[in-house]
Design a protein around this ligand. Structure first.
Ligand SMILES: [Zn+2]
Length: 353
């Protein structure tokens, strides 16, 4: 066929012959009729071994390919069956798609890439496939990658944490490689057994090569890490350290709020109908109300404060030195991790002093 190489390039297929291209007016589809090249014919769909032919299977079938511009495209080919000594009678392998799937490899790969980059709903709409198909594609693409790439190779500095799903009812233990800045492992559960299964998979030799482990203060993590990687330096991760400081700050704020409420109880109640001008002063009430709303102003990073929140902080600085000092300590600790390195170490020394 003329322009066969151009078509093969456009459709993203290799080791195949393009017989002809047609446009299906009824279905508004570009249909590329293809067949595997001679060396790729008659192979088992599961092990790719050359096998004896068995029969013609169920005739011609189609594989969804990536759209060509605004036109949807499919590949169409015979799908004969072969007889594999190991796998029995199976549909023969085709070079353009994974075994027993209805999409080309290029299509699968694009869906898997998109699933990492955007929401699943966006993927289903953009690629015009069902929600479940996205899941099936991710499963087969990641199985392919797992067969080729060892994600756990060369791990030195790792981070261990948990994330919740189903509104906090279920948990995953997740592991990141700090050097590659990548998620390398995840499994349902958050307990010693789950984490131990990771180290089992990693193996003794590679456990010995781990130099640093970051985590929150959870006992189940600390215990397992100490047992499996005794040589590794255990570090509190910056996110949790700042979170602890924020919690401590909130305790101080609540204390200040309670003090203000105690004071408010001794103040006269607001009389109904009396003009506001000669109402008695009630500083405790005002203070308690303001402190209740101060939570976000104290929590947020200073660079993202709204005008109101900045004013709130200025008011706290003027009227409650203790709470303001707690706020500065939280910000000081955050600064330690923001500047990092030698400067960060100096900042931490100053903070501790
Ligand atoms: Zn086979």
């Amino acid at each position: 066929m003329r322009n066969a190489r151009l078509w093969a390039g456009l459709l993203g297929i290799e080791h195949s012959c393009i017989e002809r291209i047609e446009y299906d007016e009824d279905e508004q589809l570009l249909v590329a009729h293809v067949r595997p090249s001679r060396t790729r014919r008659g192979r088992c769909g599961r092990c790719d071994r050359r096998c004896r032919g068995y029969d013609q299977g169920e005739g011609r079938r189609r594989w969804r390919a990536l759209d060509l511009g605004v036109v949807a495209a499919v590949l169409e080919a015979e799908a004969p069956r072969v007889s594999c000594p190991e796998h029995g009678v199976v549909v023969a392998a085709v070079p353009w798609a994974r075994h027993a799937t209805g999409h080309t490899r290029a299509f699968d790969d694009q869906v898997a890439w998109l699933a990492v980059q955007c929401s699943k709903t966006a993927v289903t709409e953009l690629m015009r496939i069902a929600w479940r198909t996205v899941g099936a594609i991710i499963t087969r693409v990641s199985a392919d990658i797992d067969a080729k790439v060892d994600r756990l190779a060369g791990l030195r500095r790792i981070g261990i944490d948990e994330i919740s799903y189903k509104r906090g009812h279920r948990y995953l233990t997740v592991l990141v490689d700090h050097d590659a800045r990548r998620l390398v492992w995840a499994a349902p559960g958050r307990d010693k057994a789950t984490l131990a299964s990771f180290f089992d998979q990693l193996g003794e030799h590679r456990c010995a090569q781990i130099t640093h482990v970051t985590a929150d203060a959870a006992d189940w993590i600390a215990t397992v890490v100490k047992e499996r990687c005794p040589q590794a330096v255990r570090c509190a991760d910056a996110f949790h350290v700042v979170a602890w400081a924020t919690d401590a700050l909130d305790q101080v704020r609540r204390q200040a709020w309670n003090d203000a409420r105690k004071l408010a109880r001794t103040e006269p109640k607001r009389a109904v109908g009396r003009p506001a001008a000669d109402a008695p002063a009630r500083p405790g009430h005002e203070r308690a109300k303001a402190l209740k709303g101060a939570r976000y102003a104290l929590w947020k990073n200073p660079e993202t404060l709204t005008l109101n929140q900045s004013e709130m902080l200025a008011w706290i600085a003027k009227t409650d030195p203790r709470l303001h000092r707690a706020y500065l300590l939280k910000e000081g600790l955050r600064h330690v991790f923001a500047v990092k390195g030698v400067e960060g170490k100096d900042a931490l020394d100053r903070w501790l002093s």
